[in-house]
Design a protein around this ligand. Structure first.
Ligand SMILES: Nc1ncnc2c1ncn2[C@@H]1O[C@H](COP(=O)(O)OP(=O)(O)OP(=O)(O)O)[C@@H](O)[C@H]1O
Length: 222
């Protein structure tokens, strides 16, 4: 399991456009942990505005693929082309605890004005809560803040690792709807991991299924 609590909203390197109109181009030939090969021939592209779900059994390598695609893990054979700005949303929202909700946005995104941060908070239903510290926010509000922070950077690529897991059904539905709206507005190339087929069917235009040992993509679903 590699469910870290990571958020990246800054421009990332290498900044290199993917070919063929694709925003993201992934060519993983192999990934090993020590002597163990966990991934083999994982190749896919994601276009701007497209949402792709990555599914597969527990431990198959989904988070590992996300870490490679995001650039957090560079120790693999192959190459990834990704756009210049990305955001990551993980299972647990990672907020700066001693900073206000507004500062959680402005400190992460260079050049984001307080007015723009307030507008981003307003967009996710946190209007008027700009001065609140994360601990004063409910779990649902903290997740809204994490989403506001992710989208405030106008990411060209969005990566989410089981963003709705462990939420009660009502909150999961709220967050799913909000995420759906934000994706529709911002149109990043989105890759997300989920165990819930219903989530994949709802959000994704394409489902990538990791199977086997070492794991590769099931060709019929690509
Ligand atoms: N840092 C690491 N060192 C050694 N092995 C690792 C490391 N990270 C992951 N693995 C192994 O690589 C395999 C894939 O792990 P990964 O977390 O990518 O799977 P996953 O599909 O995301 O699992 P889950 O659905 O349970 O979150 C697992 O066998 C895991 O034990």
């Amino acid at each position: 399991m590699t469910h870290g609590s990571v958020f990246i909203g800054q421009p990332v390197t290498p900044v290199r456009p993917a070919g063929d109109g694709a925003a993201v181009q992934v060519n993983i030939l192999a990934k090993h942990f020590g002597p163990t090969q966990v991934l083999r021939d994982v190749h896919f592209t994601v276009a701007r505005g497209e949402t792709v779900a990555l599914v597969g059994p527990s431990g198959i390598g989904k988070s590992t693929v996300l870490r490679i695609v995001s650039g957090l893990d560079t120790r693999f054979d192959g190459h990834v082309q990704r756009p210049g700005t990305m955001a990551m949303v993980f299972q647990e929202p990672t907020l700066l605890p001693w900073r206000s909700a507004r500062q959680n946005l402005t400190l992460i995104h260079d050049g984001l004005t307080e007015a723009q941060a307030d507008a981003a908070l307003d967009r996710v239903g946190l209007g008027g809560r700009g001065d609140a510290f994360p601990r004063a926010l409910s779990l649902g509000q903290q997740r809204r803040l994490a989403l506001a922070r992710a989208f405030a950077g106008r990411p060209e690529m969005l990566i989410m690792d089981e963003p709705f897991v462990s939420l009660d059904p009502e909150l999961a539905e709220q967050m799913l709807s909000l995420t759906e709206e934000l994706i529709t507005e911002a149109r990043p190339a989105t890759i997300f991991v989920t165990h819930a087929r219903a989530e994949a069917d709802r959000l994704a235009s394409r489902v990538l299924d990791l199977r086997g040992t070492p794991a590769t993509l099931s060709p019929h679903l690509i």
